[in-house]
Design a protein around this ligand. Structure first.
Ligand code: ADP
Ligand code: MG
Length: 141
């Protein structure tokens, strides 16, 4: 089994698209291994996105990520969970994302793009530990 970490972001929580997104994720062959509703603090959001600290969009990204509770999850997939979920999400910019991807269907713009997904195995290991305790996980790493 392979795993990845994802977040349903504030815009998709506020416009109530989260149910449809979870349904699309399930229909694409992913299984939920963990799920949690979290209200990010500014400190936690800055830490989570620390690699973007010097980018021009950083402040806007942090404000956005703290604007509403988000749904954090770990997904299982038969193989290549990280790549498979990135493909399901589509391009960072919903306008450039392929039709039928989560960002094309549910994202508003390049900041409010509905979902996050780990971009590598290393990111997955860093990111799930941000939100879940080892003993909470429903799988063996
Ligand atoms: P991804 O989420 O596709 O891995 P990045 O890691 O590059 O994309 O960026 C993290 C998040 O920062 C994006 O999902 C998006 O919410 C926001 N973001 C990225 N690029 C921009 C941009 N040019 N302008 C505004 N927000 C951006
Ligand atoms: Mg990224």
């Amino acid at each position: 089994m392979h795993f990845t970490f994802g977040i349903i972001k504030p815009d998709a929580m506020e416009n109530r698209a989260y149910g449809k997104i979870l349904d699309d994720i399930a229909m694409a062959g992913f299984q939920l291994a963990e799920l949690k509703l979290v209200k990010l603090t500014e400190e936690k959001a800055k830490n989570f996105y620390s690699m973007h600290e010097h980018k021009p969009f950083f402040d806007e990204l942090i404000r956005y990520m703290c604007s509403a509770p988000v749904l954090c999850f770990v997904l299982q997939h038969e193989e290549n969970a990280v790549e498979a979920f990135r493909a399901l999400m589509g391009d960072t910019d919903p306008k450039k994302a392929e039709k039928n991807t989560l960002r094309a269907k549910y994202g508003k713009d390049i900041t409010a793009n509905a979902v996050h997904g780990s971009d590598s195995e290393e990111s997955f290991m860093r990111e799930w530990k941000f939100f879940f305790k080892e003993e909470e996980l429903l799988f063996n790493k």
